[in-house]
Design a binder for this molecule. Structure first.
Ligand code: NAD
Length: 478
């Protein structure tokens, strides 16, 4: 156990509940897989208390002027900014990513809260001109009601922030179940909101057995909206549960991002941007670039530059300032890397870099580049969610776009070209919710984040992020 790591609680109806007689789950340090803390598991009574709190707090929070809701959210954002070092350290200890990445992530949370604080004040409706004299058609936006949110371990502060900030700004109350593997990160955000004066019961944080909690919360008539980030398989399961109660959903699911690099692209820039993007958070990012379709004229040159950057990364403990890439977050990812990379090698893929575990303690995996990987390899269809890039060569853009669109996923995609016309053609034809053209950063608070096809539906971030937590009411008044 670590003295350095925050104490873990449930946060229900404004109370910080300790483990007491509850069951506990271990939280593991991914550099060693040794426990750092014990996490209290919510009982059925805790979940019912959270539902009752979210329901009871809703009318007053809904009726709190947006101006005042915004002030609390901005204050919470300021606290997150002040505490970014501490929050970042907790994230690194439980998730593994380098401290610089964790701290930047905590600072990004502050920006997300700032953005939605402002958006709270812009939940505009509209007045529609009427056919009948003396009648006014009003279109009004109202918060949907209490929200259930489920978030994963890869971005344990920004993913909860996108959901909590938007829902709270809209006037909704929230019950969030963050990933049990990375609980302290979201609890630190809840602490900032509590310290900023969020009324009791408006936010509730619970942990336990994911399937039991989601089943219980989604079945409850209290919950009016469910927002999930995680795998497509779990997203489909939760969508089926939500269908029973006709609960609205936002689904941020898996991806398998294609990257098309044309022969006229700035190869140095493309390789540097894509290598930074690929190995950030050890590739455990739903929008990480994965399938590299490289024009045959530049394939080898691109691979050399990309692999040189990847090979130069120091892999180690995220708390060490020298570390460029931390361990994978859990042993499941290590097993997945072994299986997918082994299978690709058997299918005939070339190994340009990495391809193996580093050491035999913790979840360290070497940055990996596989070349000329055939479509028959599992890795060309299964989201690797780890530090591996795979390449194929193309000569014909139509064929590259067909390949890029081959999978059921449609989250993010990237293209590099010096031609405006080619850029427009690729971005028009790629089936993805987000596309970076000569650019890799797709995650600002002010821009919509979301996918199509098996990558889900709904957007978080941007003005669309607030919209997901609002109902539209039409009032005709004579
Ligand atoms: P998983 O699908 O079991 O879990 C993903 C997240 O969903 C976890 O936080 C988990 O606690 C939660 N979850 C699982 N079952 C749930 C349920 N019934 N109700 C509510 N929440 C539930 O997989 P994993 O092993 O943690 O990750 C594996 C895959 O998940 C990855 O390969 C990747 O494809 C996907 N993933 C995607 C994202 C993303 O940002 N879209 C994040 C994490 C994982």
């Amino acid at each position: 156990m670590s003295d350095d790591y925050p104490d873990l609680h449930l946060f229900i109806a404004g109370e910080w509940r300790v483990a007491g007689n509850r069951d506990v789950l271990p939280v593991l340090d991914p550099t060693s897989n040794q426990p750092v803390a014990e996490l209290p598991v919510a009982t059925r009574q805790d979940l019912d208390d959270a539902l009752a709190a979210a329901q009871a707090a809703f009318p007053a929070w809904r009726d709190t002027p947006a101006y005042d809701r915004a002030r609390i959210l901005r204050r919470a954002g300021d606290l997150m900014r002040e505490r970014a070092g501490r929050i970042g350290r907790a994230t690194t200890m439980e998730q593994g990513k380098p401290l610089a990445e964790s701290t930047a992530e905590a600072l990004a949370c502050a920006d997300i809260f700032d953005w939605f604080a402002e958006e709270a004040r812009r939940a505009y409706g509209r007045i529609v001109p009427s056919k009948q004299p003396g009648v006014r058609h009003n279109v009004i936006k109202e918060p949907v009601g209490p929200v259930a949110a489920f978030t994963p371990w890869n971005f344990p502060t920004t993913i909860p922030s996108r959901k909590m900030a938007a829902a709270l700004a809209a006037g909704c109350t929230v019950i969030i179940k963050p990933a049990e593997e990375t609980p302290a990160s979201c609890l630190e955000l809840a602490r900032a909101l509590d310290d900023a004066g969020l009324p009791k019961g408006v936010l509730n944080v619970v942990f336990g057995h994911p399937a039991e909690i989601s089943e219980h919360l989604i079945a409850s008539p209290v919950i009016k909206k469910m927002s999930f980030t995680g795998s497509t398989a779990v997203g489909k399961h939760l969508s089926r549960l939500a269908a029973e109660t006709l609960t609205k959903t936002t689904m941020e699911l898996g991806g398998h991002a294609p990257v098309i690099v044309m022969d006229d692209a700035d190869i140095d820039k493309a390789a540097a941007m894509m290598a930074r993007s690929k190995y950030r958070n050890a590739g455990q990012i739903c929008i990480t670039p994965t399938r590299f379709y490289l024009h045959e004229a530049i394939h080898d040159a691109f691979v050399e530059k990309f692999a040189a950057i990847a090979g130069g990364l120091t892999v180690g403990n995220g708390l060490d300032p020298e570390t460029g890439m931390g361990p994978l977050a859990n042993t499941r990812r290590l097993d997945a890397m072994e299986a997918l990379i082994g299978n690709a090698r058997e299918a005939g893929a070339g190994l340009r870099l990495g391809g193996e575990r580093i050491g035999n303690a913790g979840n360290f995996w070497a940055p990996t580049v596989l070349t000329d990987v055939p479509d028959s390899a599992d890795i060309m269809s299964v989201e690797p969610f780890g530090p591996v890039a795979v390449t194929q060569r193309f000569s014909d853009l139509d064929a590259a776009i067909r390949e890029a669109n081959r999978l059921p996923y449609g989250l993010s995609a990237y293209a590099f070209t010096a031609s405006g016309a080619t850029a427009m053609e690729i971005s028009d034809r790629l089936e993805a919710g987000m596309i970076g053209v000569n650019f890799a950063v797709l995650t600002g608070p002010e821009t919509p984040f979301g996918g199509i096809k098996d990558s889900g539906h709904g957007s978080e971030g941007g003005i669309e992020g607030l919209e997901g937590f609002l109902n539209t009411k039409y009032v005709a008044q004579a």
